[in-house]
Every structure is written in C-alpha cells, then in structure tokens.
Design a protein around this ligand. Structure first.
Ligand code: GDP
Length: 308
C-alpha cells in the first residue's frame, strides 16, 4: 500500500476520483466513515461507503452527488403508503446494495466483507475499508434531545442548533482489519476534504487510529473542506462552531495538528498561512473547489506533487 485516504462522502469522493486517474487503483486504500450508517426498513445503510464506491465505479448520480445514476423511487412511494418512514430517499436500484449488504451481515459476514463484495461487483479496484466492523453511531444533541445523524442531516436538513456531538460505540470499536496496518505502512495518508466533525471525527474516535497516525512514518496531508470561512457544502462550518473551533482552514489544521504534516488550503485563504505555520503544520495553497473533473484531477495532482 502506498496511499491511504481517510474519507467521508461527497467531498472525499471527488478528490478520490481525481486521484484514481493519477495513481494505480491498487495503490490506494480508502478508510471510510461509518458513523453515519443507519438502519432503515430493516436494511443496513452505509451512506459514505456507498458514495465512495459508486463514485469510483462511475455509477454515482452526478447532480445529486449520492445514490445511483438513472435512479427511480417507486419503492419509496410504496413504503410511504405502508406508513414506513420516507424522509430518507432510497432509490430502487440503490436498494439492491442495501439488500445485498444486509443479507451478508445477517449471515455473519463483516461490514468489511460486504464492502469488499460490493466494490468487487461494481468493478472498483481500490481497496475500500470501513473504519470499523463494529457499529459506531454519530449522534447530535439538538434543542429537543439526541438525534441519530441521519435524522439530523436528512430529516431535519441540518437546520437544528447543535449542542453536542457523540460517537456512540466508538470506545468499544476496533479498527477494521487492515486499517492500522495500511496507515502504518503507507507512504502518505490523505485526509480528504470531508466534514471534520461528522466524517473524519468518527474515524479518529476509533481506538488506535490516532495512535497509528502519530506513529506512522507516512506524510500526512489534509485538504481543507472549509474555504473562505465556510464549508463548501453541508453543515461542517456550523458543527465546527458548535465545537468552538474557528470555522477556517486553520481551524481544521488545529484539529488535526497533533499528527498532521501538511494542510492544503485554498488560494483565497492564503492569509491563514502564518496561523497554520504556528501549528507546526506546513501550509500549501491550491485551487481546492472541485466543480469539474478537471478540478478533481488538478487538486489530486497537487496532493501528489507535495508528496513527491
Ligand atoms: P457533510 O456533507 O458535511 O456530511 O460531509 P461529507 O464529509 O460527506 O462531505 C462534505 C464536506 O466536503 C464538506 O465539509 C464540504 O465543505 C467539503 N467539500 C465538498 N466539496 C468540496 C470541494 O470541492 N472542495 C473542498 N475543499 N471541500 C469540499
């Protein structure tokens, strides 16, 4: 293994698609957040694993950034008629992934096994690992009590005030097979532009992962998901503020500083360079907004240049 990526969903998937054009897919191991996994209609849903897998397989819906292309939602409507929850949009073809994964888990296979099986069937050549085979569930404390992550993110559209965030089950979880070994043996670890609180945070909460990052000889490089003092998408900014972190690239750097070597921040945030240097982290600027495939490849190339 040469490159290991720590990944959430959409932002990570774009950078990984760029990287996979520049490095041999087999040289890339991707450790994915499972803190926002959930159970719906009796099925095990792993949103970030599926976003990464579908993107690398070239079957993601490009406009939504999640789910499969050419999707229909017939089952969703029918489930609503049965009074089943319908705020989480599961597409008809996407359902097959969840049925397959859930059957494998019911037969006693691990989430790692199921993830490998789904990746192989869709033709993904990079290794995709869940952060853990045990359940870790991100929960958010809103004004009316604790919410599961998907209740907060999808049902409430991330509009409730967040007072606390917890990673339930993390202390009893182990890193999935291969995760710690991959980090220990990597030439570089890339922390993707993902939500620091609810995508990278749960990965870091799995015992042993921070320790392996700290000890690894790998160059550890993060791409900031915060540009010009705001998340590029999603609630990362508000969640960082709720944790009393500055909503800036340097705030991301501060969170990762104990084990981070290099922070890639957007060119328009170059005034934060002195603050990043003070953290003992090397700042590198780049055009970090990935609006097109060319942007994804250019940012991935910048990451690889830093490692060269
Ligand atoms: P969520 O949407 O907040 O749950 O988080 P995810 O970890 O799934 O991915 C979204 C994160 O990626 C957000 O924090 C965004 O700010 C970040 N992001 C999305 N697209 C881009 C991009 O093109 N460039 C950068 N630098 N960050 C991005």
């Amino acid at each position: 293994v040469q490159l290991v990526a720590l990944a959430g969903g959409t932002g990570a998937a774009k950078l990984l698609r760029g990287l996979s054009r520049l490095v041999a897919p087999r040289d890339l191991t991707i450790v994915v957040n499972t803190g926002d996994d959930t159970e719906l209609w009796g099925l095990h849903i792993s949103p970030d694993l599926d976003t990464v897998c579908y993107t690398l397989a070239g079957v993601i819906d490009a406009t939504r950034g999640w789910g499969l292309a050419d999707e229909t939602f017939q089952a969703l409507g029918q489930m609503a008629r049965f009074g089943e929850p319908s705020w989480f949009s599961l597409g008809d073809r996407d359902l097959a992934t969840h049925l397959h994964r859930t059957r494998l888990l019911r037969e006693g296979r691990t989430l790692s096994d199921a993830t490998a099986a789904i990746g192989a069937a869709l033709g993904v050549k990079s290794r995709i690992l869940p952060m853990s085979d045990q359940p870790v569930r991100t929960r958010v404390l809103g004004p009316d009590g604790w919410l599961d992550f998907q209740e907060y993110f999808v049902r409430e559209k991330a509009q409730v005030e967040v007072r606390d965030v917890a990673y339930d089950g993390s202390s009893a979880a182990n890193a999935a097979p291969g995760v710690l070994e991959a980090i220990a043996g990597a030439r570089a670890v890339i922390v993707c532009p993902s939500n620091p609180v609810t995508s990278i945070g749960p990965i870091l909460a799995v015992p042993g992962i921070v320790d392996s990052l700290t000890r690894s000889a790998a160059t550890i490089i993060a791409v900031s998901p915060i540009v010009s003092g705001n998340a590029v998408s999603g609630p990362a900014g508000r969640l960082m503020a709720s944790r009393r972190l500055p909503v800036s690239a340097a705030g991301v750097g501060r969170l990762y500083a104990p084990w981070l070597d290099v922070l890639i921040l957007d060119e328009r945030d170059r005034q934060e360079i002195p603050e990043v240097l003070q953290l003992g982290v090397s700042p590198v600027t780049a055009q970090t907004i990935m609006a097109t495939r060319e942007d994804e490849i250019a940012l991935a190339r910048r990451v690889l240049e830093v490692l060269a």
